[in-house]
Design a protein around this ligand. Structure first.
Ligand code: SF4
Length: 237
């Protein structure tokens, strides 16, 4: 495991590589982000963003959604997958919001996770992005990236969340999740593109590769050439 200072530097470096890292779900308030995040399970943000504008127009708040039936909802969210289970969760979640929280989304992890369909990951997404409360959602990308780099050491999302939260100041929790999610999607994929990675010199996985493998993964333009160095043209992205 890395030190808190090194972990912080790694997240800052990833943030420079992915300056626009943020949730890609579209929402206008905490209720909409809560609904969108529940829908995003086993789906993609792009797919959810196609469905939610019509859904939010029809059910703009918890009170409206609480009056719907799961059967009414099903055809509207069909394309996000697991639509029966998600419909039941959404209606029950809205009913509980109305019955116990006055229709508002509570800015509290313990209360949020009492809602049907809401686990720690969903709660952290909403807390960190829509309610101004530090939250560090751990999804499969954060799990993969943090374990490879060596800033976490577990396959259990809750343990990884606790490890990262211990290493980082609260104000960096949501950023740490956002940058690792984007890094996992674009660079540190299941088959990692280490030659495009800004933190490879601090990455346990990269450093564990043999010298030959590291050479193969070395950034374009830095590999030794038989006939001496050549001019490298770089393109700004
Ligand atoms: S060096 Fe490779 S394995 Fe390590 S974080 Fe970067 S892309 Fe992932």
């Amino acid at each position: 495991m890395k030190s808190p200072a090194k972990t912080r530097r790694i997240i800052e470096t990833l943030a420079r590589q992915h300056p626009n890292a943020d949730t890609e779900l579209r929402y206008r308030n905490a209720f909409e982000l809560l609904v969108a995040t529940i829908l995003s399970a086993q789906s993609t943000d792009v797919r959810v963003n196609l469905v939610t504008p019509a859904l939010f127009a029809r059910y703009p708040d918890a009170r409206a959604l609480a009056k719907a039936t799961p059967e009414e909802l099903e055809p509207q969210i069909l394309s996000t997958g697991f639509f029966r289970q998600k419909s039941r969760s959404l209606v029950a979640m809205a009913q509980k919001l109305v019955a116990e929280f006055g229709g508002d989304v509570p800015a509290d992890m313990e209360k949020l996770t009492t809602l049907p369909g809401v686990g720690r990951k969903t709660a952290n997404v909403v807390l960190g992005h829509a309610l101004g409360v530090p939250g560090l959602p751990v999804d499969r990308h954060v799990l993969r990236v943090s374990n490879r780099i060596g800033i976490a050491s577990s396959e259990d999302p809750e343990k990884v969340e606790a490890q990262l939260c211990t290493l980082l100041p609260k104000e960096m929790w949501t950023l740490a999740s956002d940058v690792q999610i984007l890094h996992g999607r674009r660079v540190c994929k299941p088959k990692p593109l280490c030659d495009r990675c800004s933190v490879r010199k601090d990455c346990d996985y990269y450093l564990s590769l043999g010298a030959k493998a590291r050479k193969v993964a070395a950034p374009v333009g830095t590999r030794a050439r038989k006939n001496g160095p050549r001019r490298v043209h770089t393109t700004r992205r």
